[in-house]
Write a protein that binds this ligand. Structure first.
Ligand code: MV4
Length: 453
């Protein structure tokens, strides 16, 4: 097992990793920017190293500074968390070249899944269902038109290097294809290093359902159920739930087994999430995330598995220690992402937190790096807390969530708590009747009713 882990991240995930390390008897090293000198992860860690100024590119994305900090403090592994360098294959390689362990999958896996075209090819080869489309990159408008005829409209043109919805354009018919293709290609070129694009049938009302998997280096792969992440705004998840209200146990078992088999076939190790679009009872592979995700706690609450602890264990060469038949889905869990934003306009509201009181009680978990008096810096993501609520039934969870949101006190900054309060009292949401477009329509229709107390 590792003796010392450097945590190459900030905020709640840095704390989450620190906590797992502490419980495993592992020493921790925090790294931080000058803007984060007073952050909780810096206070709690055994050691802390300032790695640069506030802009992420000079600190949390500064590979050389992070590796130097790890070498100087004698860390034997680096945990990248999510975002920042977590899916950077070059960084993972650099960590290994310096004789340390990157807590994540092998660099080749990160690279394979980072390119959506190669990821889709690997998905097909390993038996995952995919959206019908071009089997590789599409180079010209004529070729794009050919695929449009073949698959049938509407189609979507996507950047191979894509993510966060960038470089994505829908063509509803042949006359829209030239523009969609050119726009997607140009956006891909300016947002990423690559202008490679591919084409898929456009699904019009899918849900976003993802399967959590964990695998050790000895061929053991286990799936930990799914999360429904359909509630998004501008490709930012807002609320996630586990299990999905759209699946029954049989459908869950089927897709879970397909996902596990595919990961075993690819030789994937560590934690990972396989994203699917789900429409009319069918799953379609979308992409794979090769990191621990923001919403991993809902899976932990339902399965009882400590995902970050087990990730660290398998990274150090340990056995997973349980089999698929040991995993039981126990009840429901929902996570609300609470952001320092205006709940109507979503404009970030960094600033000093006044009063800070978190809800508690049975089956209520708050993951946050905030505290009373803390100054939320303007340089990073606006998420200030994750409220995760568990219960035996989905209705019970919604009741408990309503209570917990009411109990939450955050003064001094605006937050998205009122948005969550509005969402969870909506009849369609209560019925579980939603898809990836539901939240944006809901906000459009109800924004005047989203009010702060
Ligand atoms: C799609 C799609 C419909 N059909 N692909 C958006 C982000 C990127 N990772 C993939 N995305 C989509 N791909 C096909 N063939 C719709 C989306 C999409 C979406 C997916 C998941 C969650 C929210 C979304 C919001 C808009 C579009």
């Amino acid at each position: 097992m590792f003796e010392k882990v450097l945590i190459a991240n900030r905020g709640e995930i840095a704390l989450r990793i620190h906590r797992a390390c502490r419980e495993m008897g592992i020493k921790t090293v925090a790294v931080h920017s000058t803007a984060d000198a007073n952050a909780m992860h810096v206070r709690l860690a055994d050691e802390a190293v300032c790695i640069g100024p506030a802009p992420a590119k000079d600190s949390y994305l500064n590979k050389a500074a992070i590796i130097s900090a790890a070498m100087i403090t004698g860390a034997d592994a680096i945990h990248p968390g999510y975002g920042f360098l977590s899916e950077n294959a070059d960084f993972a390689e650099m960590v290994e070249l310096h004789g340390m362990t990157f807590i994540g999958p092998k660099p080749e896996m990160i690279r394979l899944m980072g390119d959506k075209v190669t990821a889709k090819r690997a998905a097909i080869e390993s038996g995952l269902p995919v959206v019908p489309g071009s089997d590789g990159d599409v180079k010209t408008v004529d070729e794009a038109l050919m695929w449009g005829e073949k698959i049938g409209y509407p189609v979507i043109v996507k950047a191979a290097a894509g993510g966060g919805g960038k470089g994505m354009k829908v063509a509803h018919n042949a006359s829209e294809m030239a523009d969609a293709f050119t726009l997607a290609k140009n956006e891909a070129r300016s947002s990423f290093a690559s202008d490679v694009v591919y084409i898929e049938k456009y699904l019009q009302k899918p849900r976003h359902i993802e399967i959590q998997i964990i695998a050790d280096n000895y061929g053991n792969v286990v799936y930990l159920g799914e999360r429904d992440c359909s509630l998004q705004r501008n490709h930012q998840k807002v609320l996630e739930e586990c299990p999905s209200p759209a699946l029954n146990p049989e459908q869950r078992r089927k897709i879970g087994e397909i996902a596990s088999k595919a990961m075993a076939h690819i030789g994937y190790t560590n934690v990972g999430t396989i994203e699917f679009l789900y429409e009319d009872g069918q799953f379609y592979f979308l992409e794979m995330n090769t990191r621990v995700q923001v919403e991993h706690p809902i899976t932990e609450m339902v399965t009882g598995v400590d995902i970050v602890r087990d990730q660290i264990r398998v990274s150090s060469g340990g056995l997973l220690g349980y089999k698929q038949e040991d995993i039981r889905m126990n009840g429901y869990a929902i996570e609300c992402r609470i952001n320092a934003e205006d709940p109507r306009t979503f404009i970030p509201c960094p600033g000093q937190i006044g009063a800070w009181h978190v809800p508690g009680g049975l089956d209520v978990r708050v993951d946050s790096g905030m505290y009373a008096g803390y100054k939320v810096p303007p340089n990073y993501d606006s998420m200030v807390a994750k409220l995760i609520v568990h219960g035996r039934t989905r209705n019970g969870v919604l009741m408990r969530l309503r209570r917990a949101l009411e109990e939450f006190v955050i003064e001094g900054i605006k937050t998205t708590i009122p948005l969550h309060q509005k969402i969870i009292t909506d009849p369609e949401f209560i019925d579980g009747q939603y898809n990836i477009h539901w939240l944006e329509n809901f906000i459009e229709q109800h924004k005047d009713e989203i009010v702060e107390e």
